[in-house]
Write a protein that binds this ligand. Sequence first.
Ligand code: GUN
Ligand code: ZN
Length: 438
Amino acid sequence: MPQQTLLLGQTLTFDDDPFTHGPSAARHDGAGGVLVAGGRIAAAGPGPDLRRAHPGARVVDYGDALLLAGFVDAHVHYPQTAIIASWGKRLIDWLNAYTFPEEARFEDPGYAARIAARYLDLTASHGTTTMCSYCTIHPASVDALFAQAQARGQRVVAGKTCMNRNAPDGLRDTARSAYDDSKALLEKWHGVDRLSYAITPRFSPTSTPEQLSALGALWSEHPDCLMQTHLSEQTDEIAWVRTLHPEARDYLDTYEAHGLLGARGLYGHAIHLEPRERARLAEVGAALIHCPTSNTFIGSGLFDMAARMAEGQRVGLATDTGGGSSFSMLRTMAAAYEIGQLTGAALHPAQLLWLATAGSARTLHMGERIGNLAPGMEADITVLDLASTPAIAQRAERADDLWEAVFPTIMMGDDRAVRATWIGGRLAHQRDASASCG
Ligand code: GUN
Ligand code: ZN
């Protein structure tokens, strides 16, 4: 029998989606426990009961810290780690001034490996256990992230970013090489350990119709893969798409016409949608990935969460590192809350935490494996200190229930609130290295 580890603390799990079922879809246990064995959750329930039932388990007692599923970041660009928080540009200028020069550096596999390791260290320290990442056009940038994730036993989705126009020399592939390289990477990594491949046309301004068609064909040959791209992020971008793809009915049609619309499609941002686009996205069950710190940081606009949920869209939450201004899913939840306020809906803490865990896992079609603490699920667990700074502690002290206790950490918390991160049943990050917890 594998070694069993019993994590004790407050626990938060979800029986359902709090957007449709309200906050009571969440289950809170003030003295809960999660039993971990062989990289999976063997049991979850009242801590004292689990302790009695499993006297041989190693116990890690987190006191009144909150145990919840590891955060799932549904849209990131790991190669933009070193240029996060770059000043003063909106989307297209930001890509040209900061992003493309940095992505060109990934021609060097050594550099790619260093940034991949740095990125996974940073995200673990922020409580993020799974991400869906763009890489660069270089196949070695995909190998670098997958190799690092594999060594850490981490569930990661990633793909080679494809671009064959409107990108500088050295950062363009072709329709043919995008297909061939993506296929080779997919065959090498998809389904290996906890890794999966996402076919990744960057966005329609940087792909010709031929490239979009080639990637649509690849997706139809591998329908179990995810496909990720960007959609309707800024109004200037949408106007540019109209001139580049005059035959298309709208931005979404530039993908749809080439076989790049489907239930396993992830559409980043999706802020400024036409009625036809909204109807088609909901009809096929595609995922819209909300990236709130990015949307304010590069001035993209306000995603209307309540309206999208009401029309039945599948929505995930993401940092969009490094267009987003933080690696923290706590900071990302705070920004989602603020954008919710600006669009007329105060998102409940249960909804924010669900989006950052089970909701995002569902958009990746991984809701059965990650994003919740339930028997049989993979043991990706984040331990939150709900009093991580004096400012948060003095507010949380007044709390009458879990939601009031956790909301100050959502709004004001960062990596200081992440006491520990467990990935695949292994302690991947511990805030207080000197403390004896595991
Ligand atoms: N649209 C196309 N590429 C990108 C990118 O790297 N970041 C963001 N935020 N939007 C994009
Ligand atoms: Zn992006």
